[in-house]
Design a protein around this ligand. Structure first.
Ligand code: NAD
Length: 255
């Protein structure tokens, strides 16, 4: 931690889905590294809890990232409280219902796409508008997934949304390159968080099947996010960084 202390000093960061799991870890990490952090989550109480515990300046916002009003709410809160936004971690996400293709509920499909794909689209759009208005760039990380890179029989809405995230990240990186804005994705593997609901115990067990023989932690993802948002990643854009204990290789190399 000490090597990176102060890495984000003076920066203003927004973390969506910051009330839990990976987003909460990212908010803590960016705060410890010196950033002022806006913790945005549809669960406003969770956002407030996380913001209260951060070591540096923080502001919680109740915001649904799938709506323009929700995205405006966290942007406005950041600008009102801290005057600007430099860093974005667009991370809010839902898993949706696990079901084989013929049984996927179209309403569930729409909800997962709204949060996981429309959310980052609206977030990227607002970020670039903000950077244009303040006449300075920044850095953005979107949380993708190992499901962005491979198939799964029973997670169609989730997998589709996360594949789409890579399209957003690459398009935004192309647009951002000449404007001094880097956009990257982090692709976590199995991280036991609330997203799995009552399937959490099974997740821990599945850790035994990845090359590193364990699940990851939210802090291990937060470290990648802090790196990608910082100056050490100054020539990295449009990239997808997997943090999955080698799990991706299992489905590609061993086939
Ligand atoms: P989590 O459930 O602990 O956190 C997700 C947060 O997003 C919650 O606080 C939730 O309230 C918030 N959220 C949900 N819908 C929202 C909305 N419409 N607007 C604003 N906030 C909303 O789960 P997590 O594992 O920390 O997930 C964070 C991200 O990581 C997600 O995008 C998820 O798809 C991705 N991811 C997780 C894993 C994993 O194994 N946990 C693996 C790959 C990718």
């Amino acid at each position: 931690m000490t090597a990176a202390a102060g890495r984000h000093a003076g920066k203003v960061a927004v973390v969506t889905g910051g009330g839990s799991g990976i987003g909460a870890a990212s908010a803590r990490r960016l705060s410890r590294e010196g950033a002022s952090v806006v913790v945005a989550d549809v669960d406003g109480e969770a956002a407030a809890r996380v913001a209260r515990e951060l070591p540096g300046p923080a502001a919680p916002v109740a915001a649904d990232v799938s709506t323009v009003a929700g995205v405006d709410a966290y942007v406005d809160a950041a600008v009102e409280r801290f005057g600007r936004i430099d860093l974005h971690h667009l991370n809010a996400g839902v898993l949706g219902t696990m079901a084989p293709l013929p049984d996927v509920d179209p309403a569930d499909f729409d909800h997962v796409i709204a949060v996981n794909l429309r959310g980052p689209f609206l977030g990227l759009r607002a970020a670039f508008r903000r950077y244009r208005e303040q006449e300075s760039g920044g850095a953005i990380v979107v949380t993708a997934s190992i499901s962005s890179l491979r198939g799964a029989a029973d997670q169609l809405p989730y997998q589709t949304s996360k594949h789409g995230v890579l399209g957003l990240v690459r398009g935004a990186a192309m647009y951002g390159g000449p404007r001094g804005v880097r956009v990257n994705a982090v692709a976590p593997g199995l991280i036991p968080t609330a997203i799995f609901g009552d399937r959490l115990a099974g997740v821990e067990q599945r850790g035994g099947t990845v090359p590193m023989r364990r699940v990851g932690t939210a802090d291990e993802i937060a470290g990648v996010v802090a790196f990608l948002l910082g100056e050490d990643a100054s020539y990295i854009t449009g990239e997808v960084v997997s943090a999955d204990g080698g799990a991706f290789m299992v489905n590609t190399v061993t086939r």
